[in-house]
Design a protein around this ligand. Structure first.
Ligand code: TYM
Length: 330
C-alpha cells in the first residue's frame, strides 16, 4: 500500500485554502493508502508563538483533522513534537542541505521580508520538512501549490543522501489538486488566502460562522464587468471565487459558468456563500463535539505510537549508513 504523509501548521485559524488545497485530499486518500497526517508544531515555532496559543491551536488543528473526516482508524493523526525522530532527522538533513538552496526558498524570503531578527529555524525549515516526509518513506505528499518548492528540495536531499550513502530514502511525489491548489485572498487575488493575513476579511476560516462567511463573500472583491467567467489571467478575482464554488459543489468550472450565465455577480456570490456554508457547517458541528468529548488525546497518543515505529526504523537506517555508532541491539 502506498504511503501518504502531510502536515499542517497549528498557527492561527485554518482557512478554506487549507481545506481545499490539502485537507480534503487527506480525507480522500485515507481510503486506499497508509496515511500519516500531522500537526507540525515544531515548524510553527520557527516564528514566535505564545505558549498558551500554541497548545490551543495544536489541539484545535488535530480536532479539525477529525472533524473534516479523517478517520483515526484509517489514518495516523499525531503531533510532530510527539515523535522525536523528526527533530533528529531534521538535524541530519540540515547537515546535507546547502545554504544557497535555503536562500532560494520563496517561503523564507516572504516570511523574513522586512524583519530585523529572523530565527535560524525559519531558514532551516525545509530541512525539517524533508525529514518529516522522508522518515515515513512517503510515496505521495498532498499539499497546495505553495509547498512545491519544499517538495523539490526534499526530493533533492533524498537523492543526495542516496548518492552519498547508498539507496535508502524513498523519493516522494507531490500530490497537488488541479483546481484549488492555490486559493487566493478575498481582498486581493494576487495573494494566496492565508491564516497569517491580519485582515480577517481576506480569508474564510474553517470555523467562521455561517453569517460571517456570508458577509465575507458578499464583500469579496470582484473584477469589473458582471460575467461569471473563469479566466484567471484577465479575471483573477471572479476566477478565484469560481474555483472555490467548483471545489465546494464538486463540479467543474464550466458547469459553474453555465449555471450563472447572464445572471451576474450578485446571485453567484449568494449561492457561493451557501455552498461554502454547506461544506463548513457540518465540519464545525463535529468539531464542537470532538473538542467537548476530549477524544483527541487518545487519537494523538495512538497516532504518535504508530508514527514513531515507522519513523524510528528509517532514522536508525539513516544513522547506520551515515556512520553513527549505534547502541547495542539496533
Ligand atoms: P501550511 O500549514 O501553511 O498549510 C497547510 C496546507 O494547506 C495548503 N494551503 C493552501 N492550499 C491552497 N490554497 C491556499 N490558499 C492554501 N494555503 C495553504 C498548503 O499548501 C499546505 O499543503 N510547510 C507546510 C507544513 C509542513 C508539511 C510537512 C507539509 C511541514 N512538514 C510535510 C507536507 C509534508 C506548511 O507550512 O503548510
Amino acid at each position: 500500500m502506498a504511503r501518504v504523509l502531510s502536515g499542517i501548521q497549528p498557527s492561527g485559524n485554518l482557512t478554506l485554502g487549507n481545506y481545499i488545497g490539502a485537507m480534503r485530499n487527506f480525507v480522500k486518500l485515507q481510503h486506499e493508502h497508509e496515511c500519516y497526517f500531522m500537526v507540525v508544531d515544531l515548524h510553527a515555532v520557527t516564528v514566535p508563538q505564545e505558549p498558551e496559543a500554541l497548545r490551543e491551536q495544536s489541539e484545535a488543528v488535530a480536532a479539525l483533522f477529525l472533524a473534516a473526516g479523517i478517520d483515526p482508524l484509517k489514518a495516523n493523526i499525531f503531533l510532530q513534537s510527539h515523535v522525536p525522530a523528526h527533530a533528529e532527522l531534521g538535524w541530519l538533513m540540515t547537515t546535507l542541505v546547502y545554504m544557497g538552496e535555503l536562500e532560494r526558498m520563496t517561503q523564507f524570503k516572504d516570511k523574513a521580508a522586512g524583519k530585523e531578527a529572523v530565527g535560524a529555524g525559519l531558514f532551516t525549515y525545509p530541512a525539517l520538512m524533508a525529514a518529516d516526509i522522508l522518515l515515513y518513506e512517503a510515496d505521495l505528499v498532498p499539499v497546495g501549490d505553495d509547498q512545491k518548492q519544499h517538495l523539490e528540495i526534499t526530493r533533492d536531499l533524498a537523492q543526495r543522501f542516496n548518492h552519498r550513502f547508498g539507496d535508502c530514502l524513498k523519493i516522494p511525489q507531490p500530490y497537488i489538486p488541479e483546481v484549488g491548489a492555490r486559493i487566493m485572498s478575498l481582498d486581493d487575488a494576487t495573494k494566496k488566502m492565508s491564516k497569517s493575513n491580519p485582515v480577517a476579511g481576506s480569508y474564510i476560516a474553517m470555523l467562521d460562522s455561517p453569517d460571517v462567511i456570508r458577509k465575507k463573500i458578499s464583500r469579496a472583491v470582484t473584477d469589473s464587468g458582471r460575467e461569471v467567467k473563469y479566466d484567471p489571467a484577465t479575471k483573477p478575482e471572479i476566477s478565484n471565487l469560481i474555483g472555490i464554488f467548483a471545489q465546494c459543489a464538486n463540479i467543474g468550472v464550466a458547469e459553474v459558468e453555465e449555471r450563472f450565465a447572464g445572471l451576474g455577480y450578485g446571485p453567484f456570490k449568494k449561492e457561493l456563500a451557501e455552498q461554502v456554508v454547506a461544506v463548513l457547517e457540518p465540519i464545525q458541528q463535529r468539531y464542537k463535539e470532538i473538542r467537548e468529548s476530549g477524544e483527541i488525546y487518545d487519537v494523538l497518543s495512538k497516532g504518535a505510537f504508530n508514527a514513531s515505529q515507522t519513523a524510528n526504523r528509517t532514522l536508525t537506517e539513516v544513522k547506520r549508513r551515515m556512520g553513527f555508532l549505534l547502541p547495542p541491539g539496533q
